[in-house]
Structure formats: C-alpha cells, structure tokens
Design a protein around this ligand. Sequence first.
Ligand code: SF4
Length: 344
Amino acid sequence: MSEGTGTAWSRQDVILKANNLKKYYPIRRGVARRIVGQVKAVDGVSFELRKGETLGVVGESGCGKSTLGRLLVQLEAPTEGTVEMEGRIVKPGEEMRRLRRDVQIVFQDPYTSLNPRMTVGDIVAEPLLIHKNELNLKGRERDRVKQLLDQVGLNPEHINRYPHQFSGGQRQRIGIARGIALNPKVLVCDEPVSALDVSVQAQVVNLLERLQRELGLAYVFIAHDLAVVRHISHRVAVMYLGEIVEVGDKNQIYNHPMHPYTQALMSAAPVPDPVLQAKRQRIMLSGDVPSPANPPSGCRFHTRCWKAQPNCVTDPPPLIMRGEGPAAHPASCHYAEEMEVVTG
Ligand code: SF4
C-alpha cells in the first residue's frame, strides 16, 4: 500500500510494518463445539509506522482496532499476515523476543491493568525481570525503576506503594513507566486516556508527547476520541469492520476526508467554536455496525452509506490513492471524493 502523507519521513524510517494482518476467531456451537463461522476482527490490515511518528487508529467500538494493537505486540498470533520490525519479518524465536522488547503496550484501563497485590516497583520492574530471567528486584533494577517513575512524573520514593494508593492519572503513568522500562522503539497505546477525566487526559497526552521527544518513540495510538487523536497524531488510519478504509496525515483525514465513513465520523466530532459548531452539518449514519461474523459483501460500509450504488454491494473497493495534490491519500471507496468538513 502506498501512502501519500506529505510528511518528512522517508521509507528508510519505517520501523514497524503490518502486512495484510488478519485475525479470525472461530465461532463454535453444539456439544461437539463444531466451528460454524468466524468473527473477522481484523481482516487484511497493512500500514507502515515510522521512527518517532504517531499513527492514530480510530473507529467505532468493535471495528477491530484493539485486536490490531494486540497483534502488533504479539499478544495474539495473527490468523494470516506478518509484522515486520525494522525490515525483518517477525518469526518465533529471536525475532519474536526482540519484538517483545522493542514493541510495548499501554492498556486502556489503569484501574484493572495493574495487579492490585503488586507494589508499583514490582509492576514497573516486571518487564525488566522477565527479560533478564530474574525473580527479585536487585539494586540496579531498583534504581532503574526509580528513574522510570521520575521520568513519568511520579515520586520515586513511592516505589513501595500499591496501585490503589494512586489516582487514575497516576496509575496510567505507572502503566507508561512499565511500557518504557525496556527502552522500546514502539509503544502501542490502546485507548490510554479513555478512562480518565478530561483534565487528566491532557496531562497524560502531554507526558506521551514529551516521552516521544525525549526517547524518539513511535506510537500506534488507538482511540475513539477524535479530538485526542487529532492532537497527538501525525497520521491517522480509520478502521471499519476490521479494515482500514482511509489513511493519511491528520490534516488530510480531518479536513479533507474522502471516504463516506470518515466524513460521517468527522462531521460528528465536536468543534470547540460554538459558532462553527452551529453552522456545520452533521452526517447521521443509519443502522448499527454490522456483525464482524457476517460482514456485508462488496464494500462493508454499503449497508450504512448514503452514496452506495449497485456495484458497492458486489465489488470490494481497494485501498488506493484518491484525490489530487496535497489532499491525495489512500481511501477504499469507489466514489471517493473530497469533502470539506469543519473540525475546528
Ligand atoms: Fe459508500 Fe460505495 Fe464508497 Fe462503499 S464504495 S463507501 S458503499 S460509495
């Protein structure tokens, strides 16, 4: 897939690559647990992530974005497709171990993703100890954990406290400290601020931006909050029913979306200016997201698309370059055309 992004990155900068990633979950029925179908959570996703870049991944819940995140860090094995790290396809063995060190994940809910019976020191040190095959925190790792706590804005003296003694924002900082403990190159952030108050969200987003500058990290930032994604991302991929339907730099996606689904999403994003908010037209989508166990034929969006034509029901549209000039970027729609959307 080629991507016209208008950014300063070159192909040599690609650090992580997804090649036609698929994840199908079997649906089993009856006493014999016979396989009667498949949930196509991720269905042929390809993209490139460059050094120091943030790729936002947006879409309604159930679109497969969290599953994609888990595939990237190998928490789940893909049904098909590969992940490439710095030009090498990740296979079981040394490559897999390297990826597990170089690509880390921060989860959505800081209330449930931290073990309540472990001290903060043990939580942050866990990846260090697993990596070194050690059981207990020794002097050097203890110093490293204190340094990590300081780096994410927590008091290093609180190393022996438990998660319940911290606020939601502080707990997410603990999750981020654990995520960067092994000096990864890529951090997959799966809805990292969704469970937090708005004021705390901004602090955590600022922290992620600072760490990106200091450590040269690349992020895959998965979220449904369009304003947060717009703030932090360099490029944005829009997912619908397990597929990327549009990808480009953030101004292309937010100000010049080509795919009707992206246009509907962007038209619903809140605008801070009340005058603009009153003037803009919102595109209302009819119906719910279809089941990924039985996705529509042809273009998966045709059951909700106001522009659908007969060929949309039969022919899947390829994700190819659409539009002209600086607004050109890949979108998978037979009738893709630029729409100016007021997004603030
Ligand atoms: Fe709508 Fe057809 Fe484009 Fe799909 S291919 S988004 S149904 S116009």
